[in-house]
Design a protein. Structure first.
Length: 342
């Protein structure tokens, strides 16, 4: 069940026959995949965000959280996913925290996002990695003007983004079977990101999805996403510099639980400014940075603002372990949590 699956495109010496078969299958699957769209309904909303919902330092209660936890609830903006036609909010895995919904596609598919700006400011969605036309770039800048519909979505307005997860968005030949990309609002991009308008996209390489309707990669059992970012809540005052993983500080991030024997893929992303030099570190296990097949074995992964990295882990060491940034100042400020192998 937990064996690694390595696909070999050619296994036969009957080259001509094999080539014909592979080409036929390749074109057939491409035709199907290219026609496929994955639709999402996403609203931007104003919320209260609690960086420490447990109300305490869950790693070392006696040490407290001061000054960072003296105030730990702030007004934020978030991307929230809804069912078709903005029916009901779609719950997401608790570990994703402040991150917006995870968008997925298999190489060759389109991602279609129906966006509704339910806030008091113009916003947008700008995706990294995917292929788009100017109208769907989602980035506003003064000289671009009115030609770009999706670059400036006024309060109350809607826009439908169309992005293609083409070959250029999919993992390269020697990479892991899925790639992670950031998306974020890009009207006032610095403020929009600090406000919390951030999410991730996962593109699975053609032939590596679990199925036509399940784009998750089939060579892993579980996936986590972790955003390392210092949110600045008080114009640079130390107590407002929230050194968070997915918007949680001092061990308040829940849900990083795996079963022994599982193959776990971690999507690691960073954002922020020059203080956002992070080194994600796991206790208890090592990882393959870049994926099973080509990875570098390590237990520390370097992240800069807008880094997007994929690492694979064979979870075989039961225990409750720390997962934290290894930068000294960031440890002090609570950029840490626990993860568990059952
Ligand atoms: Cu750090």
């Amino acid at each position: 069940m937990h064996e690694r699956s390595i696909r070999k495109p050619f296994a036969s010496v009957r080259i001509a026959l094999a080539c014909l078969l592979v080409l036929a299958v390749g074109f057939a699957s491409r035709g199907v995949a290219d026609a496929h769209e994955r639709e999402y309904w996403i609203a931007a909303e104003q919320v209260e965000w609690d960086y420490a919902p447990l109300g305490q330092n869950a790693i070392d209660p006696h040490a407290g959280m001061s000054p960072w936890g003296d105030t730990h609830v702030y007004d934020k903006y978030r991307y929230v996913e809804y069912t078709e036609g903005f029916g009901a909010p779609v719950p997401q895995p608790v570990h994703r925290g402040i991150l917006g919904p995870e968008l997925r596609a298999i190489e060759g598919e389109w991602i279609v996002v129906h966006f509704w700006n339910r806030t008091d400011r113009p916003l947008s969605i700008h995706p990294h990695g995917l292929r788009y036309t100017e109208e769907h770039d989602g980035a506003d800048w003064p000289l671009r003007g009115k030609t770009c519909g999706g670059c400036y979505v006024a309060p109350g307005d809607r826009w439908t983004y169309r992005w293609k997860a083409d070959h250029g968005a999919a993992p390269g030949r020697h990479e892991a079977s899925s790639s992670v990309w950031l998306y974020h609002s890009h009207v006032d991009s610095v403020q929009d990101i600090y406000d919390g308008l951030i999410g991730t996209i996962v593109v699975t390489k053609r032939g590596w999805a679990r199925g036509r309707h399940d784009p998750r990669p089939r060579d892993v059992d579980r996936e986590f996403t972790a955003l390392f970012m210092v949110f600045d809540e008080e114009q640079g005052e130390e107590g407002g510099l929230m050194h968070s993983i997915n918007g949680f500080i001092f061990g308040n991030l829940p849900g990083l639980d795996v079963q022994r024997g599982e193959r776990v893929r971690w999507y690691l992303v960073g954002l922020g400014t020059e203080v956002d030099v992070h080194t994600a570190h796991w206790h208890g296990e090592t990882v393959m940075e870049g994926g099973w097949r080509s990875g570098r074995r390590t237990d520390v992964v370097e992240l800069l603002p807008s880094s997007m990295k994929v690492v694979d882990m064979q979870a075989d060491n039961p225990g409750t372990w720390l997962f934290h940034c290894h930068v000294a100042d960031h440890i002090t400020a609570g950029m840490m949590t626990r993860w568990r192998v059952y």
